[in-house]
Design a binder for this molecule. Structure first.
Ligand code: LRH
Ligand code: MN
Ligand code: MN
Length: 387
């Protein structure tokens, strides 16, 4: 039995889906094409809406520009709304043009830096049309060899570029800066860690915050500590959830290390990052290289929901008492009791009581959606990385 106050809190959960999770993706060795893959952004949104219809968990879709570029964003917004979802975060992309080989917002050539800044201003114009709140910036900027670039100068130019972008935000729009410790650059990355993202966003102002992508840290990093620290500082803006065994694997969230997901979500809740008053946006950032994409996303949002439920089950009063009295094993036991609780039967019953399928994975398999998209979506170019 899951207590009703936990279920009430779970009812407020919303997890944004990335449009690119529905497109083909792969590794540098091979991109496998999957039957039924969307050919257009409209079809990606339809797939995201299917995930929401079956789970009630995913009311918005993030776009990546220019992958999801269209002529009429107001029409795209209406298309999404007619399917029961919203357009969410706009992700910029300065990592696929030849001109950005040596950097974008950090580039030493003023013409290239201008082009990169202008791309972000175009993204803000798109946000105005889509009603999106967040501009998410992840940069591939960095160098491969010591001496290749001036680390300090690049940091200064980054600060100036971000300030020009930040100045164009209006209303409650936010600039969300995502860090990543390596790749595609292998010697240094210009926004490698939460400290750099914090320093750059703190210099901009209140509406600049940090995105924590769970796959963007060195192995062994204590990610929940970073969560606690960014929440303390009021700078945790959003999550890109995924899981990894080695590097930025972008696998299904909770697949590689469910316990880490639990620990992260426990700190999110502890720090006020969950619930209707929180400004922390939950998003997935995943690629389904070998599995079907719609059920891959269904599994992902369910994993986040299940682990949130377990984190909400922690007996926080008992935990505080155990911590204060120096009861090491007692405190650890209280946390582990919540982690080991199987919430799946309770969530299935609760879903049914809300008019949702008890088992969204089974409901998808029985729905005929996969067969339909596989037969309908033939011809054309399948959307995906670089498309
Ligand atoms: C970079 C990243 C970033 C991009 C996405 C496609 O590794 O996590 O969020 O926008 O992948
Ligand atoms: Mn990401
Ligand atoms: Mn990534």
């Amino acid at each position: 039995m899951i207590p009703s106050d936990v279920l009430d809190q779970l009812a407020t959960q919303a997890i944004e889906l990335p449009s690119w999770a529905f497109g083909n993706s792969g590794t540098r060795f091979k991109v496998f094409s999957t039957p039924g893959t969307p050919r257009t952004v409209e079809e990606k949104i339809a797939d995201a809406a299917e995930v929401h219809r079956l789970t009630g968990l995913a009311p918005s879709v993030a776009l990546h520009i220019p992958w999801d570029k269209v002529d009429d964003y107001a029409a795209l917004r209406s298309h999404a709304e007619s399917l029961g979802v919203r357009l969410g975060t706009i992700n910029s992309n300065t990592f696929q043009d030849d001109v950005y080989k040596f950097g974008s917002l950090t580039h030493v050539d003023e013409a290239v830096r201008r082009k990169a800044i202008d791309h972000h201003l175009e993204c803000i114009a798109i946000m105005d049309a889509t009603g999106s709140q967040d501009l998410k910036i992840w940069l591939a900027d960095g160098t491969n060899y010591p001496g290749q670039g001036d680390l300090r100068g690049r940091q200064d130019r980054l600060a100036d570029s971000l300030a020009q972008i930040y100045d164009r935000l209006t209303g409650d729009q936010r600039l969300v800066l995502e860090y990543k410790f390596f790749e595609p650059a292998f010697y240094h990355t210009d926004v490698p860690d939460w400290g750099t993202a914090y320093a750059q966003t703190a210099a901009l102002g209140e509406r600049a915050v940090v995105c924590l992508d769970t796959g963007h840290h060195a192995p062994g990093t204590n990610i929940e500590f970073i969560v606690a620290q960014l929440l303390r500082l009021g700078k945790l803006g959003s999550f890109d959830f995924n899981s990894r065994f080695y590097a930025d694997d972008d696998l299904i969230v909770g697949a590689a290390d469910p316990f880490q997901l639990f620990r992260i979500l426990y700190e999110v809740i502890r720090g006020g990052g969950f619930g209707p008053d929180s400004t922390v946006a939950f998003m997935l950032d995943q690629c389904h290289n070998v599995e079907d994409k719609v059920p891959g996303q269904i599994r992902s949002v369910l994993n986040v929901q299940e682990m949130t439920a377990r984190a909400l089950l922690v007996d926080t009063d008992a935990l505080a008492k155990a911590q204060e009295s120096g009861d090491v094993l007692g405190a650890n036991g209280i946390l582990m009791d919540a982690f080991y609780t199987d919430v799946r039967p309770g969530l299935a019953t609760w879903r049914e009581s809300r008019g949702l399928p008890a088992d969204p994975m089974a409901a998808y398999a029985a729905s005929g959606y996969q067969t339909r998209i596989e037969s309908e979506r033939v011809g054309g170019t399948q959307a995906g990385w670089g498309a």
